[in-house]
Ligand binder design. Structure first.
Ligand code: AMP
Length: 328
């Protein structure tokens, strides 16, 4: 079915009471929309009543960017928009498996125990296994790189690429989501003060506030690390200022024990200090595709690792990198 985005009428939309999530400008509800005479599942973003100008602008910007980007199987596509009784609705393709960070963490199983995540952190020496195979993990990474190659071909910079901003369909196809921070100018210099997700942000964006597709590539390297560690928290326990100092000195996330050297090498290329020295998303797609094809296991999910990951719903955790965000 061709996914098109159009102006929907209120009759095309059916909303359920199931809340899928809450964004900064409103809520996201499960529903359906009629596209080309067919009723299909949809995640419907609703701009909250009395939203301030900034939220209204962000909402409109998200619609504009999705329209500019056009359809791609590895991004969340816009089905249509609707204004009804002064309320704005944005109908998005449904990604039934939710966000990648949760999928990775929920895939963890302690060998010899019944309990999967969430549960107690593993005793030292316990084996962590995943319900996802190494090929499935690489496939997800390749899907994300493919979606990002499309965004970069449209000169759109994501600026907040991370596992929590990738959604998975019921058949585990990964789709890049959350264009809220995106800019469509090829290069973006941030002039206003705002919180940034420092754990996944490129060194030049932290220091100079310069964002390019190549700074998205840095974030992709962190996302690859999140995939391999089944939702580990990058630089766990390290505060933003110390991290920035150490990154400047050349420090990078260490190789997870369950990660093959060649795959870690891909991460290190994404974290090169000079943005031009990093691979492009097209290079990354080729590299990951060939790793998937050659049947060698680049991720050993039977191996224990000693990375730390933080609980998803804890009130005081900084797992989204925003709560202890770094102001630049
Ligand atoms: P956002 O405002 O885009 O950050 O969305 C908030 C939350 O709503 C996300 O973290 C997801 O859990 C959920 N969500 C957003 N879009 C979708 C979608 N297309 N399919 C399923 N869940 C979604």
């Amino acid at each position: 079915m061709a996914i098109t985005n159009r102006n929907l009428t209120w009759d095309d939309i059916s909303l359920t009471s199931k809340l899928l999530g809450a964004g900064h400008f409103g809520e996201v509800r499960k529903g359906t929309v009629i596209v080309d005479g067919e009723r299909i599942p949809s995640a419907i973003k609703i701009l909250k009543h009395g939203a301030d100008d900034a939220s209204t602008q962000d909402f409109q910007q998200e619609v504009d960017i999705m329209r500019h980007v056009g359809y791609h199987p590895n991004i969340i596509n816009l089905l249509g928009v609707c204004i009804y009784q002064g309320q704005q609705y944005m109908a998005l393709e449904m990604a039934a498996n939710g966000d990648l960070l949760n999928v990775l963490r929920n895939s963890r199983v302690q060998k010899g125990r019944e309990q999967a995540y969430p549960g107690n952190r593993s005793d030292s020496g316990a084996l962590t296994v995943s319900t996802l195979s190494p090929v499935q993990l690489l496939r997800i990474a390749c899907d994300v790189a493919t979606g990002m190659a499309h965004l970069s071909s449209k000169e759109v910079i994501h600026r907040d690429l991370a596992a929590r901003n990738v959604l998975l369909t019921d058949s585990l196809i990964a789709k890049v989501a959350d264009f809220g921070l995106s800019r469509g100018d090829g290069i973006y210099e941030q002039t206003s003060k705002r919180a940034i997700p420092f754990r996944s942000t490129a060194i030049e964006a932290l220091t100079l506030r310069i964002y390019t597709t190549q700074s998205d590539v840095w974030s992709f390297g962190i996302l690859l690390w999140e995939i391999v560690t089944l939702g580990g928290t990058p630089y766990s326990g390290m505060k933003s200022r110390l991290l920035l100092r150490r990154l400047r000195e050349g420090y990078r996330l260490p190789k997870p024990r369950n990660c093959e050297a060649d795959l870690y090498q891909v991460m290190l290329l994404c974290w090169r200090t000079c943005p031009e020295d990093r691979p492009t998303f097209t290079d990354l797609v080729k590299q990951l595709d060939s790793m998937i094809d050659d049947k060698h296991s680049y991720v050993d999910i039977d191996k224990d690792d000693d990375f730390e990951y933080e609980v998803v719903d804890s009130d005081d955790s900084d797992n989204d990198g925003i709560n202890d965000a770094f102001m630049v």
